[in-house]
Design a protein around this ligand. Structure first.
Ligand code: F3S
Length: 277
């Protein structure tokens, strides 16, 4: 069986940057998981004593706190400052961007529409910079809230969303409002990984998607692969591989989410290579 990696996969710029920042800030804690990958979080703990706190009340005064790639809400940042902690900001610049945009556009009197998942940490952060934002996943959610919006609307998208779906929301807004300012905040890294996964999953007869099961971009990759290759599997590490998946297969495609470190990908490849098909 041939094993082929997608043309683009794995760590994006923002995650590489956050890990480097964490490695350069030993003996600290991250507020919430730095990235969506528990294996990498464990490695940072083991090798650099970078711990994890989930609750802001657990952050000790005068400690060193790393703000994760997805960013944190503005009020939480304020609490950290009040606790006199040294804040090391590892928020991806592509996430800082929509935060800045919604803050500025709110100040300029625009209603804010955010396309994304209101429960995702990135969106919780972005929401905190906007005045009364409306957060929607599709037009069906937006429609009943239309009357809450002013005639001037600014819109941003969660970095990991699909362009096609964002365009539907923008299109709908354009039909109902006089002024719509559209900011393309979708991250190219995700897009590149997605299109490479799409291509590979068209030719592969089994696809392995490696990444955190709570990572939204990994789940998107998995969905795309599944559309083209029904035998697609989402795994977090080599332990989850089942030899049965590869029986009679000729081409195994591999891709990985934006928070998946190379060492995990390599381990998976090594294990698949040893399977007799
Ligand atoms: Fe940043 Fe894009 Fe990665 S938003 S964290 S570079 S997927």
């Amino acid at each position: 069986m041939e094993i082929k990696l997608a043309q683009n996969y794995g760590f994006c710029f923002g995650v590489k940057r956050a890990i480097k920042i964490a490695e350069e800030s030993p003996d600290s804690v991250t507020f919430g998981p730095l990235i969506h990958n528990k294996n990498e979080i464990e490695r940072l703990k083991k090798n650099f004593n970078v711990g994890l706190v989930e609750d802001i009340d657990e952050v000790e005064e005068n400690s060193k706190v790393i703000v994760r790639t997805h960013g944190i809400p503005k009020d939480k940042l304020q609490i950290l400052k009040e606790k006199n902690v040294e804040v090391v900001n590892a928020t991806c610049p592509f996430v800082t961007k929509p935060q800045e945009i919604v803050e500025k556009m709110s100040e300029e009197g625009y209603s804010i529409v955010i396309f994304g998942d209101r429960n995702h940490p990135e969106i919780k952060g972005v929401m905190s910079y906007a005045k009364d934002p409306i957060v929607v996943l599709d037009v069906a959610e937006l429609e009943p809230q239309l009357s809450k919006l002013k005639e001037k609307v600014a819109t941003v998208a969660q970095t990991t969303r699909k362009f096609e779906e964002y365009a539907k929301i923008v299109n709908f807004l354009m039909q109902h409002k006089k002024e719509v300012r559209v900011f393309n905040t979708i991250c190219n890294a995700t897009f590149e990984n997605q299109s490479a996964a799409r291509e590979l999953s068209k030719e592969a007869d089994v696809m392995i998607v490696i990444g955190g099961k709570n990572s939204s971009n990994t789940k998107q990759l998995f969905r795309i692969c599944k559309e083209n290759c029904p035998d697609s599997y989402l795994i977090e590490n080599k332990e989850e591989i089942q030899p049965l998946w590869f029986e009679g297969k000729k081409l195994c495609g591999i891709t990985a989410g934006a928070s998946t470190p190379n060492w995990i990908i390599e381990e998976v490849i090594e294990k698949i290579k040893k399977i007799k098909v």
